[in-house]
Design a protein. Structure first.
Length: 236
């Protein structure tokens, strides 16, 4: 399993797998509801829409697909999103646009209704590992293979802050705190850093303790706790 995502209401769990499938489960019973086929390579990225009715998947087959979570049907044809592997996908808070990132270092923002590319971001010098919208949708943050975090205007694609330097290895994942004032990043360098999303200053870190790559990071709903998961097989 290379990707996992909870629906916003907590009732569904989706997984992306190396058998090219997406599976949706009932989170209470663990029962598999749908085994979604269509991708032709590993599914590396998943994101539920904020209203929970749709799931977007990104694959090493260079495409993204949108699925109806109530019946498991694909919505329209696959989108030829990138010229290389898709590494990250994210819905905006209003579910009107989707951001996608690829190994080629390009980030696209797409209009969900028309499927049109509305923003292209091309200034990353290495693969983009992750993208994340701020809670109000005004910013899009990216984590890059060069170890830096960048923050963009989500409407124009203009660089607002960054590169935010500190990590010495690629940035695996990002998480905004619920009020959007802080953004946490985790890295192959085994550390976590917390940045001010307005000034770009590092306000906490490096947070050390993991002994291997930190692969995922998430804030608690009240913003007081940060959860991390690492290749050292621990959570903190």
């Amino acid at each position: 399993i290379y990707a996992i995502s909870y629906s916003p209401n907590g009732k569904l769990i989706a997984t992306g797998r190396d058998d090219n499938s997406v599976r949706i489960y009932d989170s209470q019973s663990g029962r598999m509801l749908f085994d979604l086929k269509g991708h032709t390579n590993t599914v590396w990225a998943l994101s539920f829409s904020h209203n929970g009715t749709q799931l977007v998947s990104g694959s090493w087959d260079h495409t993204i697909r949108i699925w109806n979570t109530s019946n498991g049907e694909t919505i329209g044809e696959p989108w030829e999103a990138h010229s290389n592997e898709v590494t990250s996908v994210a819905y905006s808070p209003d579910d009107k646009v989707i951001a996608t990132a690829g190994l080629g270092g390009v980030v696209w923002i797409w209009d969900v209704a028309t499927r049109a590319k509305i923003v292209e971001i091309t200034d990353h010098p290495a693969a983009v590992e992750c993208v994340r919208f701020s809670p109000n949708g005004s910013q899009l943050a990216s984590g890059c293979g060069d170890g830096n975090v960048r923050i963009y205007d989500a409407r124009s694609g203009a660089l607002v802050l960054g590169p935010l330097e500190g990590h010495t290895e690629l940035v695996h994942a990002l998480a905004y705190c619920p009020d959007g004032t802080r953004i946490a990043s985790c890295s192959d360098d085994c550390t976590i850093r917390i940045w001010d999303s307005v000034t770009g200053n590092m306000v906490l870190g490096p947070l050390e303790g993991h002994t291997d790559s930190v692969a995922c990071v998430e804030y608690s709903p009240d913003g007081k706790t940060l959860l991390t998961g690492s290749h050292d097989v621990t959570m903190r």
